[in-house]
Design a protein around this ligand. Structure first.
Ligand code: ZN
Length: 225
């Protein structure tokens, strides 16, 4: 229905399943339970939050992160209507996973603010943000791939990004696999190469820290002009 369309859930999950939370007409809970494992010093998140602040986007604080129990193996979602990120505490067991989910959803929030994404009518917009989220959040780092027993030719970073983007679209949109694949392939090169605000593919925490440092320096330099 039109009403449910106002609540976008961009999910990050292993198996496509719709994220079901409170009914669409309910306002977001004013005091979401805090997320005990959300690491405020995670450099991926620090950079994304700083970049959003600099772009004049919604300044995220604890109220924008809601820890909830989610269905299936959904691990997170971004609600574009309320600018809220849901972290599925029952499906996130490790700190490293939590960091990836936070980064993934913050990339959607960044894109939402920066690019005025039409999440509902334009599947290419959604595809682009999913490509960027998979590429830049650490979802497709080598260790993750090994953990998924995909080591080999298919573990190629780009293949992983493409696969995950397609899976994410199928999790939130009632479109055929063919439609999802076509959307991802059409925008792949442009969106895979759009590395904002990282300026590089952060393959690990050290990369992300470097990207954050560069961002802060760039910011300082711009301020001095
Ligand atoms: Zn996503």
């Amino acid at each position: 229905t039109a009403k449910s369309l106002t609540r976008l859930r961009v999910t990050d999950n292993a198996r496509p399943e719709r994220l079901r939370l409170a009914g669409p007409q309910e306002p977001p809970s004013p005091r979401p339970s805090p997320c005990p494992r959300r690491d405020t010093r995670n450099p991926y998140a620090q950079l994304l939050l700083a970049a959003m602040k600099q772009s004049g986007c919604t300044v995220f604080n604890d109220r924008h992160f809601s820890c909830e129990n989610c269905d299936g193996c959904v691990s997170g979602g971004f609600d574009s209507a309320t600018s809220q990120i849901v972290l599925c505490q029952n499906n996130i067991r490790q700190q490293s996973h939590m960091n990836r989910v936070v980064a993934h959803e913050l990339i959607h929030a960044f894109d939402h603010c920066r690019a005025h994404v039409d999440w509902f009518k334009n599947v290419k917009h959604l595809a682009c943000s999913e490509i960027r989220a998979a590429n830049l959040s650490g979802d497709c780092t080598l260790m993750n791939e090994i953990a998924r027993f995909k080591f080999g030719l298919k573990a190629h970073h780009q293949t992983c990004v493409r696969d995950r983007a397609i899976r994410s679209i199928l999790a939130v949109r009632k479109v055929s696999r063919e439609t999802a694949e076509k959307a991802v392939d059409e925008v792949f090169d442009a969106c895979f190469n759009d590395l904002e605000p990282f300026g590089r593919i952060p393959h690990n925490k050290t990369d992300a820290k470097r990207a954050y440092k560069d961002f802060l320096n760039r910011d300082r330099y711009n301020a001095n002009l």
